[in-house]
Write a protein that binds this ligand. Structure first.
Ligand code: SF4
Ligand code: ZN
Length: 434
């Protein structure tokens, strides 16, 4: 059986109900979806311009992802949906204090980025389409040019130094470069400190293109990273440790190899802490007792690797000294479960809570010493025994080839689908249609 194709069929079946919800909004959005993630600024806003779903989502790819499971205005005329992206941009700019500065202190200490407006405040934000800001079917080229132009105009008028991360797909970066679009942005790249944030998940082809089912070639991601460097848009890639079929030890080995490969290409790392989203293969398996998120002790091991190689003075890093972010601490839609709240974890609630506090501290301060102090409590806790026991049972599982385990998982999902009824996704207040 071709496991990637099988996984695609199952994901389409699982997402079918979300595809059918397209018409639930009868008019275009007048404001973007927004959620917040902790980082060196405090909390930075991630704006999702609602228009049309990510193509990979529609093709049944990316097995843990529900990012494109938002409500949609698809019954409105296409031209109005695309034009609404400019209304969403205007809303963002008109409410900038409340949406951005209320969550960060405006200093941007620790950022080594261009500050064209001397003495001006600094703001960090990220913008995306539903999957990729550079995908024409989500944000057409003339619309994204206008979005960027309005950001530049706003930054000049208000004398605010911006760092704008663009969440994009590697394939779209390659297309945009080929048709000269990135070059056409000229000095805006420096002025807005544009950076690229791209899905990657894993260096291992089986993990990336079968288990995660990304349909992403190494060549595409390598080219996109090189284009980012050449255009002065710092490339950062997501790494996602562990997914169905994998043991925790395999998740660590895979994340370590992925981090090292990205560092060898001088790319920044966006380390995701896994969470569980509805309408996905991991969600079905979790509820069938056939999958678990990595344990916090496993996550500690992965962050050790992230931190070990991070300190340096490379002038291309946009953070002073290091070049990583931690994601998955919060998300939109809200995850049902993440590594901090997973009651099936080997680690106890106190250890999961200590890890949450440690990760928030690390994400917001990049203070490695303070982080280590906070996780040291986990080392001593008696729940370590359960973690050791779970590692032993993982070892027994890993005696079977991974492809066999994945095949068995997919069969299990197919058997579970008829009775699968996930709860309705709840969007956070403040997000969505006006
Ligand atoms: S991970 Fe990104 S590319 Fe994949 S379906 Fe989700 S939004 Fe689309
Ligand atoms: Zn404990």
């Amino acid at each position: 059986m071709n496991l990637s194709l099988r996984s695609r069929e199952l994901m389409k079946e699982l997402r079918k109900v979300t595809y059918a919800r397209d018409d639930i909004l009868d008019r275009p959005l007048d404001r973007p979806y927004v959620f917040y993630a902790p980082n060196l600024c405090g909390s930075y806003a991630i704006f999702i311009f609602g228009s049309y779903r990510c193509d990979k989502y529609l093709r049944g790819l990316c097995t843990p992802c529900h990012y494109s499971g938002l409500l949609h205005p698809a019954s409105a005329p296409r031209s109005e949906v695309f034009a609404s992206i400019l209304d969403q941009t205007d809303y963002l700019l008109a409410h900038f204090d409340e949406l951005v500065f209320a969550h960060q202190d405006g200093r941007g200490a620790g950022y080594r980025l261009n500050r064209p407006h001397e003495g001006g405040r600094f703001a960090d934000l990220q913008i995306a389409g539903e999957g990729s800001f550079l995908r024409d079917g989500e944000v057409p080229p003339e619309i994204r040019r206008e979005v960027l132009r309005r950001l530049v105009e706003f930054s000049r008028r208000e004398r605010i130094n911006l760092h704008v991360g663009l969440e994009v797909k590697a394939e779209d970066v390659v297309h945009a470069e080929a048709r000269g679009e990135l070059e056409s942005w000229g000095r805006w790249v420096e002025e807005l400190n544009l950076t690229l944030i791209m899905g990657f998940e894993s260096i291992d082809p089986f993990v990336r293109n079968v288990i995660f089912n990304k349909d992403l070639s190494l060549e595409s991601i390598e080219r996109a990273i090189s284009i980012g460097h050449a255009r002065g848009m710092r490339p950062t890639c997501f790494v996602y440790p562990g997914n169905h079929g994998m043991t925790d030890a395999e998740a660590v080995a895979d994340a370590v190899a992925s981090v090292r490969w990205l560092r060898s290409r001088d790319a920044g790392i966006y380390m995701m802490l896994p969470n569980l989203q509805p309408h996905t293969i991991p969600h079905v398996l979790y509820h069938a007792g056939a999958y678990n998120l990595i344990d916090v002790r496993t996550a500690v091991g992965i962050l050790d690797e992230l931190l070990a190689g991070s300190q340096g003075e490379s002038p291309v890093h946009y953070h002073a000294g290091d070049d990583w972010n931690i994601g998955g601490v919060t998300s939109e839609p809200d995850p049902e479960i993440n590594v901090f709240t997973n009651e099936r974890a080997a680690s106890c609630a106190a250890c999961r809570g200590a890890f949450r506090a440690a990760v928030w501290h690390l994400a917001q301060r990049h203070d490695v010493v303070g982080y280590r102090e906070r996780v040291s409590a986990i080392e001593a806790c008696a729940c370590r025994e359960r973690h050791v026991e779970s590692a032993r049972s993982d070892e027994r599982r890993s005696a079977r080839p991974i492809a066999e385990r994945v095949e068995e998982d997919l069969e299990r999902v197919a058997a579970e689908i008829p009775g699968y009824r996930p709860g309705r996704t709840v969007l956070k207040s403040g997000a969505g249609a006006g």
